[in-house]
Write a protein that binds this ligand. Structure first.
Ligand SMILES: [Zn+2]
Length: 315
């Protein structure tokens, strides 16, 4: 009787051990599963972020080379490789009108812990599209305007005249931004207009020679160049206050306080004021560049490119 009792007890104990082992096994699978989730999904997210950043950088850099598709493709692949993405993992597509580029990348990530769940690897991919276009609206322009004309990079152009011969009665090349008057003109020349001017806008001219405010504004801008030696056409910084954004307008004969129709924007490196008093004129060198830091702008792939252009991610 006693022997039988002990036998039942031993059986019971064995059954409990089995249950404990089964429970422990289940718990281990859950723990490994959670570890797999944290470690392997974390690795996937990390790789996805890496690919996204690489595609963004490659698309933006490559878009600057458009409309040359060969140069854009090479630039995209170089940026991808620089960011650890091999050409085998990537695909670069340039759209038909050559104003946007799509960079895609796909990568297989081998799992470490998820193997216990029967999963060996996962795939991540990223895709970025960047568009290239001329600046179609911008802040920070100076109150000069030049009529549309053949413009050559690096050449010197007149931005404000000492005589009204080139523009029409009363006009010397100045624009009235926000409000008329020499004081507003001088401030906009010194600091750049803080409002937005867009292609298609009609902007009032500012009649009068205003040689005093012009000289003051130009001297101030040149004095703000923080570079040594001072910026010249052979060596300039695009973010220097000597670089000015100038609206380009439909050529027209002006008369007094008139209006001009804005067709685009150009960048000029300020050279300085030439001549004295009423004869003074302002000249600058025409530049090809992206908008300086600190300015807000939009680009439009369909806008005529006068050398001031940029790229942006649209996907
Ligand atoms: Zn400078």
């Amino acid at each position: 009787m006693i022997k039988k009792f002990f036998s039942v007890l031993v059986n019971l104990k064995n059954k409990e051990d089995g249950a404990v082992i089964a429970l422990a096994s289940a718990a281990l699978v859950v723990i490994l599963g959670l570890t797999a989730l944290v470690v392997d999904v974390g690795a996937l997210v990390l790789e996805k972020t890496r690919l996204s950043n690489a595609c963004d950088a490659a698309a933006l850099a490559a878009a600057r080379e458009l409309p040359s598709s060969t140069a854009a493709e090479l630039k995209a692949l170089r940026y991808l490789e620089y960011n650890g993405v091999s050409p085998q993992e990537a695909a670069v597509t340039i759209n038909e009108d050559h104003n946007s580029i799509t960079v895609e990348a796909t990568r297989t990530v081998n799992y470490t812990f998820a193997r216990v769940l029967g999963l060996s690897s996962g795939t991540v991919s990223a895709r970025s599209t960047a568009v290239f276009g001329a600046v179609s609206s911008v802040t920070g322009i100076v109150p000069f305007g030049i009529p549309e004309q053949p413009l050559v990079f690096g050449q010197e152009y007149q931005l404000k005249a000492g005589s009204h011969d080139d523009y029409g009665p009363g006009n010397y090349g100045a624009l009235a931004l926000e409000m008329p008057g020499a004081k507003s003109y001088r401030n906009n020349l010194m600091y750049g207009y803080d409002g937005v001017i867009s292609v298609g806008d009609w902007v009032e001219t500012e009649p009068g020679n205003m040689s005093g405010p012009t000289e003051e504004g130009v001297k101030y801008r040149i004095s703000q160049c923080p570079h040594t030696p001072r910026c010249t056409i052979d060596n300039y910084h695009r973010d220097c206050p000597m670089v000015m954004i100038v609206p380009i307008y439909d050529p027209t004969v002006l008369n007094g306080r008139d209006k001009v129709h804005i067709v685009g924007f150009g960048a000029f490196l300020l050279k300085g004021v030439e001549g004295q008093g009423k004869k003074s004129c302002v000249t600058g060198y025409f530049l090809e560049m992206n908008p300086p830091e600190g300015l807000n702008y939009t680009i439009d792939p369909n806008q005529t490119d006068y050398g001031l252009h940029g790229t942006k991610l649209i996907e």
